[in-house]
Ligand binder design. Sequence first.
Ligand code: GLP
Length: 329
Amino acid sequence: MEYKSTDIKKIIEAILEQKKDKGGVKSLYFVGCGGSLGALYPAKTFMERECAGIKSAWINSNEFVHSMPKDFGENSIICLACHKGNTPETIRAAALGKEAGAAVIILTWLQESEIIQYGDYIVRYDFGEGKDIAGEKTICGLLVAAELLNQTEGYENYDKFLQGIGMIDRIVKNACKHVEKRALVFAENHKDDKVIYTMASGAGYGAAYMESICIFMEMQWINSNSIHSGEYFHGPFEITDANIPFVIQISEGSTRALDERALKFLKTYAKRIEILDAKDLGLSTIDSSVVDYFNHSLFNNIYPVYNQALAIVREHPLTTRRYMWKVEY
Ligand SMILES: N[C@@H]1[C@@H](O)[C@H](O)[C@@H](COP(=O)(O)O)O[C@@H]1O
């Protein structure tokens, strides 16, 4: 049976019921590769900050296969993301989940794929032109976390969190329009750059990570690194000068102070700074108790406006690869 994001509440109810006489759910693992792993980053930060009694971790699929957490087993949930369901490392991690007796939730896009056979619950997320941001894999991952918390320890901001989900699609779509012109200017100004850094903190860091590894490096062959705004002052800031370009996410919520500190430094010593401010982009309308977790959906969905523009100006289509899916690796 195939599920949607709106079924995640029922999925968690079913898992808790099934595990109730076996000691319940003690751990939740988020597993995937590349962009699929990055998309689960907000769920990781949610569990770390909001949940006191359930262990959680965010692990690359191959690392999970080779270095599995000791407690992983029938008291665990493994939530994997795999877009087309054919990434070997993620398939292997799902198979190990099934073998271990964990509840296996697979977030995916294609209806039929190799990974499906290993999932107890196959959640098909929204993707592509006109998608509902509230149904994307990032929100699915967050819902797995929020439902698990709410149905076990309780989550005091659960209603506000659901309200946020109801608001995110419109916020993102307005923000995309808002950055259209800026994105064209950015593309023109950065078309010859050999390196572009991203910077971010908090739950939105996953979006910066994805932009660095999946877009600048994978799809545009531009050197990059996603610098954590708090970590910037502990090494990376030494490369700052007037010529080095940065894209900095100024998040809404608890880690905004970290981003603002980094921006202040950039404004003093750098010249080429693209500022993506969640406040200017409309995220502040979401309640402050839950807004942190929506930064990723906002930033990760405005980047494509920039990416399309950059790919056109650079005459380097986003589909171009040298190695991925072409050679053995
Ligand atoms: N940019 C990502 C890659 O980082 C990832 O390796 C690949 C496989 O992902 P998935 O397992 O979700 O199909 O997909 C995308 O292209």
